[in-house]
Design a protein around this ligand. Structure first.
Ligand code: FAD
Length: 380
């Protein structure tokens, strides 16, 4: 494992310059803005490119940095056109933190480095038809069998289940318990017999998430993360990693979003319209404010918990402001665009936006988190 301290921006820049192109003004005309996923993209190629990039990134020592060093790397990397790294998000920011904080040494040895090197991709089997915001309502259950557990139940909205190697699985191991007690967390292999993945088609046209049916799936004892019955605590670790990633660390906002908006105004001959200037200025302010809070939150560990919820809300505010601008510049006809054009991607952007407000804990839940944990208000 390579660790770095006081990383210097110039060496990161030199490393990136040898491997990736800088963003150019041209990119704003051509590269994507689709949220969640690009429905027309070759998913297999996207996944392989993410794996390959992550392997080099890890080997160079950039995959395991403290918050301050990670912020330096992130700000330099923002200048470069990097592969789409969304296939890695769940392993790096959801399962990874759970294993690091609660996993046995054997689990950490087996899974952490392969996750950090992009060799093992993960999905997250938390949500169920009756357990979303109210995650303590999980009903999928695991019963003891020789050598481990047998799992049955249904999960839903599982991003990446169709290409993931493993899952972080939240189930009820004590059927007499209810709510937060009696839940346990496991690492489950997605190729185990009894795992049935069925795609869910979204209004964007893509199928980035799935229903997952579990029919007597065997999970070995050693794949329990934490103690039996402590699944809720492990889930909280994962969910705060997810919030932080969706709020900023993982670039939930497509690169050069405001520049791409300006390029659209130029392309459509609207760049001298004062109404459009106003929209672009609103978008630039929301973008700047989001980035500033991400950096500030990263630099101050005391803020880290609340900052993750705040930045997640700021992302959706930014996407909202950008959507208003797109509809002003491009008119509602943008929504009818299909195919590979940049305007078709703006259509996917708008259709993908509601999903961002829900994923990783709905915005209303983030507001509850800020009220209860940061402001100390009583539980609603
Ligand atoms: C793009 C995307 C990717 C996802 N990927 C995954 C994944 O990989 N794995 C996974 O397990 N899940 C995933 N999810 C599911 C996601 O975590 C849930 O959709 C989310 O937690 C909300 O749960 P729900 O859909 O059951 O809605 P509900 O919980 O039924 O909520 C419905 C509405 O009620 C509001 N609400 C509910 N409770 C409260 C409250 N206490 N106070 C105020 N308002 C409230 C919510 O904010 C929401 O607006 C994904 C979702 C999306 C959109």
């Amino acid at each position: 494992m390579v660790r770095m301290q006081d990383i210097d921006a110039a060496s990161v820049d030199a490393w990136l310059a040898a491997r990736a192109p800088l963003h150019t003004a041209q990119d704003a005309q051509h590269t994507g803005v689709a949220l969640i996923e690009e429905s027309g993209a070759d998913e297999g190629a996207v996944v392989e490119a993410a794996r390959a990039w992550q392997r080099e990134w890890y080997d160079a020592g950039y995959a395991e940095l403290g918050a301050a060093d990670a912020a330096v790397v992130r700000s330099v990397a923002a200048n470069y056109r990097l592969p789409d790294l969304r296939p890695l998000l769940i392993g790096l920011h959801i399962l990874g933190p759970a294993l690091r904080e609660h996993g046995t040494a054997a689990l950490q040895r087996r899974y952490l480095t392969p996750i950090l090197r992009g060799e093992i991709l993960a999905c997250q089997l938390f949500s169920e038809p009756e357990a979303g915001s109210d995650l303590a309502g999980v009903r999928a259950k695991a019963v003891r069998v020789p050598g481990g557990w047998s799992v049955s139940g249904q999960k839903v909205w599982t991003s990446n289940a169709h290409f993931a190697d493993v899952a972080e699985l939240l189930v009820r191991t004590d059927s007499a318990s209810s709510r937060h007690a009696g839940l346990s967390m496991f690492v489950m292999h997605m190729d185990a017999p009894g795992v049935d993945v069925r795609p869910l088609r979204q209004m964007t046209g893509g199928a980035a998430f799935n229903e997952v049916f579990l029919n007597d799936v065997f999970v070995p004892e050693e794949n329990l993360i934490g103690e039996e019955g402590t699944g809720w605590r492990v889930a909280m670790t994962s969910l705060s990693g997810e919030r932080a990633a969706l709020g900023g660390e993982f670039e939930a906002v497509p690169p050069q979003l405001v520049e791409k908006l300006a390029a659209m105004a130029l392309r459509r001959g609207r760049s001298e319209d004062p109404l459009v200037w106003g929209c672009l200025a609103d978008a630039a302010v929301a973008d700047f404010a989001h980035r500033a809070v991400v950096e500030h939150g990263a630099a101050d560990p005391q803020l880290a918990g609340a900052a993750a919820s705040v930045t997640k809300l700021m992302v959706t505010d930014l996407l909202e402001v950008v959507t208003s601008a797109v509809l002003e510049i491009g008119d509602a006809e943008v929504l009818l665009e299909r195919g590979a054009s940049i305007d078709a991607q703006w259509s996917e952007f708008i259709l993908g936006k509601p999903g961002v407000a829900i994923a990783g804990g709905a915005n209303e839940i983030q507001k509850n988190v800020i009220a209860e944990r940061h402001l100390g208000l009583p539980k609603g």
